[in-house]
Design a protein around this ligand. Sequence first.
Ligand code: SF4
Length: 474
Amino acid sequence: MIRLPDSGPGDEADDTAKPHSPEEVETLDLRAPRYTSYPTADRFVEAFGPDDYAHNLAAREMSLSIPLSVYVHIPFCESLCYYCACNKSITRNYSKAERYVQSLLRELSMVDAQLGGDRRLLQMHWGGGTPTYLREQEIRRLMGAVRERFCFSSNGEYSIEIDPRTVDTAKMGLLRECGFNRISLGVQDFDPDVQAAINRIQPAEMVQSVLNTARALGFQSTNFDLIYGLPRQNPAGFVRTIQAVIAMKPDRIALYNYAHLPSRFKAQRLIDMDEMPSADTKQEIFHLANEMLDAAGYDYIGMDHFALPEDSLANAHRTGRLHRNFQGYSTQPNCDLVALGASSISRIGNCYSQNFKGVGDYNDRVSQGILPTQRGIHLTRDDILRRALIMSIMCQGEVDKDSFEITHLIDFDSYFASELQALEPLRNMGFLSVEDRRLVVTPTGRRKALRVISSHFDRYLAEHQSRAHFSRVL
Ligand code: SF4
């Protein structure tokens, strides 16, 4: 176990980031979803098709004023990162991207023709793959088409994932000019040895330069994605990475646990298992990183996310206005989500709808003038109330039984009798408590057990599924 450098305020950090005890490891070392949706995508069915999605888009006309969020998936990358679990296509043949953008524009037109209701756009995110793989003409055409159909809001959050290796000052300026006001940078680890092992070479100076440019251009918020559990990582090296990150002071940090699932993600088979950190080393890295970010003044938001206290995400967390969707935590209220592109998942009213995953299948469908929906789900009443409960745990860390009963017309304790009983060991370990008819996740529980507590309310996990394809919690 290495010692942290003396950092003054670190002495005052709370103890919620302490390493897991053996008893905690025994209880928490299992696989569980990250709950960006409920039900999780593996519950979607192919009986749900384009007509169902179109019907739900049109039915927005009947609903109260619900604003929108738009997600655009750009699946292309120039080179393969060995840890990758995304839906992507590695190619240097740019004509594929041009063809794909044509499909996106056509899909957007088809959605536009069906979409009823409020057109206010409070949130937009371009993810991938690598959205900055696109060149100027395609970025302008795509953004222009979105602007034609939706009303951007002065306080909206419009973000894009940036691979630092794919942008220069001109492209950053273009993104700002097009209306993006937030960026998310894939950093992972600054250690050159680790970067070589994952086939992603991007020196810290490159990231610093993108960050400087973003700040000069007036982007409001910057997120860094970091990953622990990668090959060749060790505590000393990751401490240096976190020190460098803290010096750069991004507004938000996501510290992801690397999920090694080579049977599902081919790229991960290129990782040398002999170079993987042990479970103990991984835990040590995680806890050192938590302590350092706490000591540097970052607020812990939940599910491995941190934000500076003045950032809107930290403010939403403090005031109980945090939300969660496919992009992770968000300050925006529950919008309907229109998702465009291969594999993307829309959430409209009480349904989820997912597009075909392969670029070829997606292009084919769209070129035939058919919405490219491959599968989806209509939520049942039970799904709706469990979704509300799980999101309340993930975002607010508590559930008020009385207001939940009024909203969902159930008797909380009898409806969830078996779940509450199953939670007893976690309660005894201090991860949650029941106070005045409120189920409250403790600060330690928020740090260590949010996924596990939530998974106890997942009916499908309890009744039908193996957990094998979800990532490990620890
Ligand atoms: S991690 Fe990102 S940049 Fe790397 S291959 Fe996957 S999608 Fe592409």
